[in-house]
Ligand binder design. Structure first.
Ligand code: HPA
Length: 247
């Protein structure tokens, strides 16, 4: 049966070239407008709902994204699952530039973001379970699709969600590593928690676009990140297509 799959595109993925586009929907939600219109299309037998997290063109910084509106808009589209694409810095030795990762856990270091629907205003207080922040079923679909088409992925990893928009200091990365983090990005939270609050199965596909601060000899440059993004997004698209094909 055709599934309704949302893809939230991050840095480097503000448009999807795969789907046959059928519609573009600007939704309003009780908590504001999402980052961009949702692009609806058919791709590899599924109905795909693509949302550019940072807007299109890429303009909204990580701490100013209305994550709640984004998730509510996808809920309004009645999606069955969400695949989030995130550009990240690599901390673990296996996570060099260009590596794809399907992380298993998250530590949230963000602050001051609207991070829940259950704030006592929009919805009454409720404490949801987030033991396994990513849906294992969606994770496994990504990992198996990667195996089927020989795309290497790391099937593990703890994602550190930092506030940004600046990158980290060496000491901050040393601390994150000590905490058990393997990769670092700015948009993984509160997105994952909000998806869980709405009961929508959610997993993340990360592309490592730079070694985290202190993990290489030099400084981190936007040129380096852009070059890796340009190279790596092709593989991200191939893996998304394979995942949808086998869904
Ligand atoms: N740190 C935080 N977020 C990031 C990085 C990083 O090194 N690279 C891409 N997003």
């Amino acid at each position: 049966m055709t599934q309704r799959i949302a893809i939230i595109g991050g840095t480097g993925l503000t448009q999807l070239s795969g789907p046959t586009i059928q519609d573009q929907v600007w939704l309003d939600t009780p908590l504001g407008r999402p980052s961009a219109p949702i692009v609806v299309g058919e791709w590899e037998g599924q109905t795909v709902y693509f949302l550019a997290r940072h807007g299109h063109p890429h303009a909204i910084p990580p701490h100013k994204i209305n994550y709640r509106a984004n998730l509510l808009a996808l809920q309004q589209m009645d999606v069955d699952a969400i695949i989030a694409v995130n550009a990240v810095g690599g901390i673990h030795d296996d996570m060099g530039s260009g590596v794809l990762v399907v992380p298993k856990q998250i530590i949230d270091y963000t602050s001051g973001r609207e991070a829940t629907f259950f704030d006592g205003e929009y919805q009454p207080l409720e404490h949801i379970d987030l033991t396994h922040p990513y849906d294992e079923g969606v994770r496994q679909r990504l990992v198996h699709a990667a195996q089927d088409c020989d795309i290497p992925v790391c099937d593990f990893g703890v994602y550190a969600a930092t506030q940004g928009p600046r990158l980290e200091t060496i000491a901050e990365i040393v601390r994150l590593e000590r905490d058990g983090c393997d990769l670092v990005g700015m948009t993984g939270m509160p997105e994952a928690a909000l998806a869980r609050e709405l009961g929508i199965p959610y997993a993340s596909l990360c592309l490592v676009v730079n070694p985290a601060a202190g993990k290489s000899d030099g400084l981190i440059t936007m040129e380096e990140i852009t070059a890796v993004l340009n190279d790596g997004m092709g593989q991200v698209r191939d893996l998304l297509a394979a995942t949808l094909r086998h869904w």
